[in-house]
Design a protein around this ligand. Structure first.
Ligand SMILES: Cc1cc2nc3c(=O)[nH]c(=O)nc-3n(C[C@H](O)[C@H](O)[C@H](O)COP(=O)(O)OP(=O)(O)OC[C@H]3O[C@@H](n4cnc5c(N)ncnc54)[C@H](O)[C@@H]3O)c2cc1C
Length: 406
């Protein structure tokens, strides 16, 4: 069945697809359809909701946990670590994250007003807790590597830490606080984008895109089952499944699923003011009192099972940081699939030689945080204006070999 033509089809209704839908829907002259099927492990619903702009860019959160697991494994095998510290992202990525972070207060107001959903933006800050000299050296290196951001960081000694966060282990010798690294409820953020988009006229279809028609290197239509939707442009926001969509238009995307396991407690009285990062785990008390403990970094394909060994590692790290968590009841565990890229940077924008197609994928471990700026950049590209951040380092062109298939 052939449907009415639309201007833009967005494939994927996670935080990236819905944020783009919302931004584009501000222009009433564009007709937009968003197509989504919820595949197991979709990342936005699995996320911690951290807006850890500096933290994630310097390799805290999942980065430092992954680094520690790797180092431990290599030591057990009597091998030296191959890397000295967690991977720090390039300066343009800091800018991307920081600008996105700055957009959240206004976004919170807009989305609440338009769709009625409060996505719970909380000014928490993120604290990296230090227990020993290695931690101090690691934190010192972070601090020294970004001198232009010193006003967004604060050293906290053990006395001050005990005052600010009385439930943190008394063995902690201090913390480095990232003052503007806050948090949201990711589930509500996605729903807020979705509802505001709907109010502004975006058509939502629940279904799986199984084909894209390309004629003379121009996208012409998208198929969902037997339904064909003619369109002028497709935006690939299919998360860890973006490679499948790329293949439909002859673009081979280097995106792979990266599994992250998470533990969630029952609601607890407020025990944390900040989000916490250690080299074992991160801990965030959400707006409703539940405590989220994350997360592993595993290359296990599309496997979304959870495992005792990995969850125990996270729980041990969390109870070391906050001993009272030994008394918590675990409500739920899950695993989500981050859309990983080889350089941990998203893939955004057009593909040379292909008209009517934009990438908006590969957001790996910062898609909640960077959803806001991604949507603005894609909106600029759709309207033919230059994005507020240079798109060049985000283009697929940086992986030359992937373009062979066009
Ligand atoms: C455990 C964990 C913790 C995280 N914590 C944070 C954090 O604290 N802060 C942060 O910023 N980021 C975090 N992330 C990363 C963040 O969640 C992701 O970067 C982000 O959610 C990616 O969003 P997305 O919309 O690209 O992908 P998704 O949310 O996976 O959405 C893609 C959607 O496309 C759908 N889809 C796929 N194929 C098709 C098809 N053929 N047809 C139709 N629909 C299709 C999928 O089913 C899915 O619904 C975390 C991720 C995990 C797993």
């Amino acid at each position: 069945m052939k449907n009415k033509p639309v201007d833009i089809v967005i494939i994927g209704g996670g935080v990236i697809g819905t944020s783009i839908a919302y931004q584009l829907s501000k222009d009433p002259s564009i007709s937009i359809t968003l197509i989504d099927i919820k595949k197991p492990g979709n990342a936005s619903q699995a996320s911690a909701g951290g807006l850890w702009a500096i933290g994630e860019s310097v390799g805290l959160g999942c980065g430092v946990i992954f680094f520690k697991t790797l180092s431990k494994r290599r030591q057990e095998n009597n091998r030296k670590p191959t890397i000295e510290r967690p991977h720090q992202l390039p300066p343009f990525f800091f800018d991307f994250c920081l600008r996105s972070n700055d957009l959240f207060p206004d976004l919170w107001k807009e989305l609440k007003e338009i769709g009625g959903i409060d996505f719970k933006l909380e000014k928490t800050g993120l604290k990296f807790i230090m227990y020993d000299n290695d931690d101090i050296e690691y934190a010192r290196n972070i601090y020294d590597s970004i001198p232009h951001l010193k006003d967004q960081m604060e050293w906290v000694d053990s006395k001050q830490l005990a005052k600010e966060e009385p439930f943190i282990n008394k063995d902690a010798i201090g913390a480095l606080t990232f003052l503007k690294d806050d948090q949201v409820n990711p589930y509500l953020l996605m729903n807020a984008f979705r509802d505001a988009s709907r109010v502004q006229g975006v058509n939502m279809i629940q279904g799986e895109v199984n084909d894209i028609k390309v004629v003379n290197r121009k996208v012409e239509a998208v198929s969902v089952g037997q339904n064909q939707i003619p369109c002028n442009m497709v935006i690939n926001a299919a998360g860890a499944w973006a490679t499948d969509i790329g293949n439909m238009v002859g673009v081979s995307l280097p995106i792979t699923p990266v599994k992250g396991q998470v533990l969630l407690s029952e609601k607890m009285p407020k025990i944390l003011k900040s989000c916490i990062s250690t080299s074992d785990c991160y801990i965030a008390q959400k707006d409703n009192g539940e405590i989220l403990i994350g997360s592993t970094t595993e290359n296990k394909g599309f496997d979304t099972s959870t495992s005792y060994e990995q969850l125990r590692g996270l729980a041990e790290g969390a109870t070391k940081a906050i001993p009272i968590l030994k008394t918590m009841n675990c409500k739920r565990t899950w695993a989500g699939l981050r859309p990983g890229t080889p350089d941990e940077v998203p893939i955004l924008g057009p593909v040379k030689g292909l008209t009517g197609y934009l990438n908006a994928c590969g957001h790996f471990r910062t898609g909640i945080l960077t959803s806001a700026i991604t949507a603005r950049m894609i909106n600029d590209l759709v309207h033919g204006t230059s994005p507020e951040i240079d798109i060049t380092p985000f283009l697929i062109d940086r992986f030359r070999a992937c373009l062979n298939t066009i």
